[in-house]
Structures are given as C-alpha cells and as structure tokens.
Write a protein that binds this ligand. Structure first.
Ligand code: PEP
Ligand code: MN
Length: 280
C-alpha cells in the first residue's frame, strides 16, 4: 500500500524489508511484528541514584526490561532542570546493570552522542530534534537501536523521511515513537495521534511505540492513552514513572507514581492480550 502523501522516492525501508519486521533490542528481546509489547518506563529525568533505583526495582519485579531516563534534557526554559549529564548516565547504567535492564536515554546533540552511546543500549532522539539531520546521520552510523520521536509539529511524512535519514546511513534498527502532537486543543498537553500509530504500522517496516505521558501531560490520562496506543497497534510504550511525582524536577504532572506501575502493567496487559500479545 502506498501512502497518499508519499513522495516519489523509493524508500530504503521498502527495498530492504519484508514487513513486518521486529527489531532486536538485546539477545532474546525483540520489539515489533507481534512480539510482546515492550513497556519502557522510568523517570523523565534522572535526578538521583535513589530515585532511579526505586523505579527500576519495581520494573524488574514486574518483568519489564527497558529503563528510561533523561540525563541531557531538552527543556523549553533555560531555567528548568537541564539534567545531570554524564552523572545521570552513570546512574542509569549502574541501576540498569543491577537489575538486568536495558537503558534508553536521549542524545541531545551530535557532540554528546559518543558519550551517550557509551552508556545507553537504545538512543532516544527527542521530539524537538526529529529533523536535526546531522544527529540523524550520526545515529545512522551507530550499531544501536534508535528511538525516533515524532516532532510535535511534524507530519507523518516528515517523520518517516526523518527515519529514512537514519536508515540510509545503514542503521535500520529504528523505533518510531508517537508522543502527541500540538493541536488547537489545550486541555491536554498534546494530542495522542492514534491514527498515526495505525498508519505508520501499515506504511513503515519499523516498530511503533506510543508515549502516553507526553501525549497527555496528565498522570490520570496516561493509562487510557496507553491502552489506546496499544489498541491502535503500538509495539511498545514509553512511560514516565517517578517515586514522588510531586517532587519531580521535570514532568511531574504526567509521571505515574511508582506504586501505580503494577496496576498499570496489568491493565495494559489486558489490552495486549485481547490482541494476542504479551507484554514485557
Ligand atoms: C522525554 O522523553 O522526556 C522527552 C523530552 O520527550 P519529547 O522529546 O517527546 O518531548
Ligand atoms: Mn519528559
């Protein structure tokens, strides 16, 4: 099927993939193509060892495999917490290794990439950087999976072409992540585009994740948005979780308290099961 908005170029992804195809995250852990839904969870920003460990401990108990956390944060205001930098990466790695988890964290710029790649198993490209082409080229040269967030003002076509920039450098371990787009609606932080999840599942060979935290901006809407993403076909979720959301240095209002995680996983697992999928 050819997307109506699509340009005449032949996409690398169309030539090289028999779809749908799963992406290998680690030995024995795959995402996409009917594999279990991968629930990546953790704080928006790494703030301390204790804070990160408190989330990871619960995740490991629940059988989750991928710990998220920002060390270099793209903040709208320069006065907001910018992340712990390398110290944050060290914390993430130490905590993940203790519990046998993988690390996903954002690379904010080309200059940070070698450092981030030293610590991370999966590189996150943030929404604000979706069209940062030198960064896309640089992650395209890496031998690590890359999660490419959709720009909050970007069309699906622009998003898939950004993924092409990565693929053409040779890295086809791409994960697409719909994290909500800006619309006329201001009642929620963004609008989760479940159409895009379903569409991209049909049009692109890569796994798709939903980010119900940034899509809604409200902790009480994260579960219904997560269910909607999985129901639309998402292969994974990226969810913000904090031991004390009211004290979080970033995105506290949308962070699930860690004690809510077991029930959250249970409810999302119900939707996944209805689609014949597991969750991990
Ligand atoms: C994040 O995942 O914390 C983040 C900064 O997300 P986004 O790039 O989608 O705003
Ligand atoms: Mn965040």
């Amino acid at each position: 099927m050819i997307m109506q908005s699509r340009m005449p170029e032949t996409l690398v992804s169309e030539v090289t993939h028999t779809r749908p195809s799963a992406v290998t995250l680690a030995d024995g852990l795959y995402i996409g193509a009917g594999e279990p839904v991968v629930l990546m969870a953790g704080p928006c920003a790494v703030e301390s060892y204790e804070q990160t460990r408190a989330v990871a401990e619960v995740m490991a108990r629940l059988g989750l495999k991928v710990l998220r956390g920002g060390a270099f944060k793209p903040r709208t205001s320069p006065d907001s917490f910018q992340g712990l930098g390398e110290e944050g990466l060290r914390i993430l790695r130490a905590v993940a290794d203790e519990f046998g988890l993988l690390v996903i964290t954002e690379a904010l710029g080309v200059e940070h990439l070698p450092l981030v790649a030293d610590y991370a198993d999966i590189i996150q490209i943030g929404s604000r950087n979706m069209q940062h082409y030198p960064l896309l080229w640089a992650v395209g040269e890496l031998d690590k999976p890359v999660l490419l967030k959709r720009g909050f003002m970007s069309t699906v076509r622009e998003w898939l072409l950004a993924a092409e920039h990565i693929a053409r450098r040779g890295n086809e371990r791409i994960l697409l992540c719909e994290r909500g787009i800006r619309t006329f609606e201001t009642a929620t932080r963004n609008t989760l585009d479940t159409n895009a999840i379903a569409l991209v599942k049909r049009e692109a060979p890569w796994p798709v994740l939903g980010d119900p935290s940034h899509a809604t901006g409200r902790a009480d809407l994260v579960l219904p948005a997560a269910r909607a993403a999985v129901a639309a076909g998402a292969d994974g979720l990226l969810v913000e979780v904090h031991p004390r959301p009211e004290e979080a240095l970033s995105d506290g209002a949308q962070s699930l308290p860690v004690e809510a995680l077991p029930e959250f996983v249970d409810h999302v697992a119900g939707i996944a099961a209805a689609l014949g999928r597991g969750i991990t």
